[in-house]
Design a protein around this ligand. Structure first.
Ligand SMILES: [Fe+2]
Length: 307
């Protein structure tokens, strides 16, 4: 069983463009930075994490069970909703090994859990993640954890965007389809209302009138692939099989010239929110804004002189 409500009601998905694919052996630091990070353009890096010990080890029965013995996780009997309140309301503490056993039992249900790599014993799993030659420096992300893991059966992640931080969606097991829609156009507010109210989950036809107005980009991700998800793109994720899947969102801070770029509506909202009532954000957001402005000047000057 796959919960397909995330993508089935998106108009234009079947005729949409596909995300550019590059074999991992052909991707280098300069290309990744210039053609993808700096331009905020998604790319599917085929076989990007096949060199990680995690790719061979984690799907073997018994390995994760041994690491997580005696630990509890938040376990959900539904997909990963972008609405945090909804996720918190339904989170049930569950024994990790029992949850994995249930997922592998062949049960015909939608199941999802998040594994926190910042906490013992799961922090040990980071030793099996060998990084990427095209990403030698990975500054600490501003908002997201640097890595965590989703283990799921038939469960995707509903539509959302990341205002901050860069992400590589690292697929350790299972296949997924990821669809992207830009945020820097006139559809932003309407899509935000649909996606964050989970209207799409209840009504497949609620976006039918947007046919021709939105142009989704699609990537089919297989085990061993890494998909670059830049900030400020709507994205919805749906499994392509009902196997037990494992995904690691692997995050790092954006280069300064990209942080808080005001061309994106979600960034403008972040600024407005920071000034609504005094908080830490009231101090931090303008400082980053100033840094970004200066970094953008340097970045553009380098582009002009061809560096
Ligand atoms: Fe995401």
């Amino acid at each position: 069983m796959i919960d397909d409500r995330i993508l089935r009601g998106i108009p234009g998905l079947d005729s949409g463009d596909t995300v550019k694919q590059v074999d991992a052996s052909q991707m280098d630091e300069k290309t990744f930075r210039r053609e993808h990070i700096n331009t905020n353009t998604p790319v599917l890096i085929k076989g990007g994490l096949k060199h990680w010990p995690a790719f061979d080890k984690w799907s073997k029965k018994g390995f994760l069970e041994e690491i997580g013995k005696g630990s509890e996780v938040n376990y959900h009997r539904h997909l990963n909703f972008s609405n945090d309140k909804r996720m918190k309301a339904t989170a049930k503490k569950h024994d990790f090994v029992e949850a994995i056993d249930e997922m592998r039992s062949g049960i015909n249900e939608i199941l999802f859990m998040r594994v926190n790599f910042q906490l013992k014993p799961f922090n040990k799993l980071k030793e099996d993640m060998d990084g990427f030659k095209f990403l030698p420096k990975k500054p600490k992300p501003l908002y997201y954890p640097d890595s965590r893991m989703f283990i799921y059966k038939g469960a995707g992640s509903s539509w959302h965007l990341h205002v901050l931080d860069e992400t590589l969606m690292c697929q350790v097991a299972g296949r997924k389809r990821v669809a992207f829609i830009p945020t820097n156009d006139s559809n932003y507010q309407e899509l935000k209302d649909i996606f964050y109210s989970d209207k799409l989950m209840e009504d497949d036809n609620c976006m039918r009138h947007m046919k021709g107005r939105i142009k989704p980009l699609v990537a089919d991700v297989e085990a061993g692939d890494a998909l670059y998800i830049p900030p400020n793109w709507w994205h919805g994720v749906q499994p392509l099989d009902s196997e037990v899947g494992m995904t690691i969102p692997y995050c790092w801070r954006s280069p300064y010239h990209k942080i808080s770029n005001l061309r994106y509506p979600a960034v403008r909202e972040m600024y407005k929110d920071a000034f609504k009532k005094p908080s830490l954000a009231t101090i931090v957001v303008p400082i980053y804004g100033l840094l970004t402005m200066m970094a953008q000047c340097v970045h553009r000057a380098k582009q002009l002189v061809g560096r």
